[in-house]
Ligand binder design. Structure first.
Ligand code: C5P
Length: 257
């Protein structure tokens, strides 16, 4: 594998040193073009969704779920590459139905693996040399707003690693296999992880080099000893898992319009 340029302290500074309102405060603090490679894992089987086709192809407010997600990142001046990770079972459909649209958005398709971590790892092998940072965002979170993408990019540029997350609202119970409550878990310090999750390129590559599996990328980066910071997300950044989530997403998107 060719050696990859690593983000330097100077590179970090160039990516974004933004003020508290996430706005550049002087010309040389603006985001340069082409700094972030975006990986959109879309190669799940969608078993929980219960439809024969992958849920990424479900129609949602006039277009397919994954197209909403793609359009959140396509055309951003700070994005140099979009890698859409597609399951082998969907590759033919993707090329036949969406090939021209993907080409127009400069999207590269990558073959997915059996787990989400395998899919992200396959995409990491295709990173552009221009990318100092990598953003991983579930293709089934089509409602993420541009302002939140701006905020998590800016936080990662300052710290090396940042994710969207939400403070946990319900009272949380730990329960044994018989259904008996063992304890109530204090929720003050609990946050539910969302995506996008954004990392220095060298940190994410190292995190994946060991071959570990995880349900999100922050766990793997943290396991290497790096601090990962949360940026408050919002409940509207839902992950589409069941048909009911699609109804919710329709309502969210109609309010965003
Ligand atoms: O299964 P889950 O809903 O957690 O998947 C989160 C995201 O990861 C989805 O966008 C899904 O398509 C993707 N995924 C993948 N490869 C897998 C499993 C999931 O790209 N093997």
């Amino acid at each position: 594998m060719p050696s990859l340029p690593l983000p330097s302290a100077t590179g970090n500074r160039q990516l974004a040193i933004e003020n508290d309102k996430n706005r550049p405060s002087s010309p040389d603090e603006r985001l340069p073009s082409a700094a972030v490679s975006v990986i959109l894992p879309a190669a799940g089987s969608g078993t929980r969704f219960g439809a024969p086709a992958n849920k990424i192809f479900q129609p949602l407010a006039g277009k397919e779920v994954f197209l909403w997600t793609l359009e959140r990142f396509a055309g951003r001046p700070d994005v140099c590459q979009i890698l859409l990770v597609v399951s082998p079972a969907d590759a033919e459909t993707m090329a036949r139905r969406y090939g021209p649209a993907l080409a127009a958005m400069n999207v590269t398709c990558v073959e997915g693996g059996p787990t989400r971590s395998d899919s992200v790892r396959n995409a990491l092998a295709q990173l552009s040399a221009a990318a100092g940072f990598v953003c991983v965002h579930d293709a089934v979170r089509p409602c993420v707003r541009g302002e939140l993408i701006d905020a998590v990019f800016a936080r990662a540029a300052r710290t090396g690693a940042a994710i969207l997350a939400e403070p946990v609202a319900p009272t949380i119970k730990e329960v044994d296999p018989s259904g008996r409550i063992l304890r109530t878990v204090p929720r003050e310090a609990l946050w539910a992880a969302q995506t996008p999750q954004v990392f220095r390129r060298d940190w994410l590559l190292a995190a994946y080099a060991a071959g570990a599996q995880a349900t999100d990328d922050a766990q793997l980066v943290q396991a290497l000893g790096h601090d990962v910071f949360v940026v408050p997300g919002e409940p509207r950044n839902i992950k589409i898992t069941t048909p009911g989530d699609l109804v919710m997403a329709e309502a969210i998107l109609s309010h965003q319009a």
